[in-house]
Design a protein around this ligand. Sequence first.
Ligand code: ADE
Ligand code: ZN
Length: 352
Amino acid sequence: MTNLSAFIGQLPKAELHVHLEGCLEAELLFELAERNDVALPWRSAAALRAAYQFDDLQSFLALYFQGCQVLRREQDFYQLTRDYLARAHADGVVRAECFLGPQSFTEQGVPIQAVIEGTLRAMADAEREDGISAGLLVSAHRHRSEADAFALLDSVLPWADQLAGFGLGGAEVGNPPEKFTRYFAELHRLGQATTAHAGEEGPADYVRQAVELLGVDRIDHGIRALDDPQLTAELAQAKMPFTVCPISNVKLQGVESLAQHPLPRMLAAGLTVTLNSDDPAYFESSLADNYRQCAQAFDLDAAALAGLAAASLRAAFLSDEQREPHLSELAAQLAAVRAAAPAEQQSGRAGA
Ligand code: ADE
Ligand code: ZN
């Protein structure tokens, strides 16, 4: 695994499904709580980390939204985003498309300018200083109303041409995509790229709704789509990208273990699959960790891992001109590893 682990770390990858709120490491959470005079129910960062035990999405979101309370000032959003992008850059991420859900902050009286400007400034600095490309996906909470989503859209319109797109996250079951049909129609009218979480805990029909009613460009998670073979075949044919988050699905008990994860079945069905971390601070696993653990669990070789990374670059909201150099570098790295080691040494379980 050591050679393969280094290969994974260097492989040019796009991270297409990561929530900036979910990048809030326990130590930074405590630092911001002190700076902003926010009372916390945990005595220390270690006690907070010990609370990272989740039964399902809902129990996770309760802790995640509590963590959001410490983010109050533009500098906080800057630091959160800049720190994540530094870690991602070190992990071989060349393009990061990051969700942020401003409703958690604006409802507490944080000005929308602080949220967006702090985040975009960190992205610009990371690009200039590290060369990592980053885009902001403004995420609406599906457990709130469609009217709230429209109010969110109005509030971010001044930055519309600086955004990578819009997403839909939060508590899935009971909040089907159809609730946001008019909101997504408006996003498309404005020429924005869109994604929606669907089929994480919700049924395959939510994935169908996200595609047919919302017209999304990517499905976030989507693992439950496999329950509907007809839908699966249609989405394979359409080359719809799925931003799958295997470790997240295990941590939120959507699947029993990584070995039981449907990733191999999704690939075998011909779906366009990308790997992602979702909430790396809370799941204590980066994007490269997702690649490494999947390599181990499913015995993926260098070519399979490079295929997943190439899929992520192709599914990124980038121009072909921006994408091509990364795909060329990826092909060069795969050729180098093939030249250096016989195929039997390149699988995820070799040497383990
Ligand atoms: N927000 C952060 N992580 C999420 C997830 N896994 N599903 C839905 N909304 C989220
Ligand atoms: Zn997510």
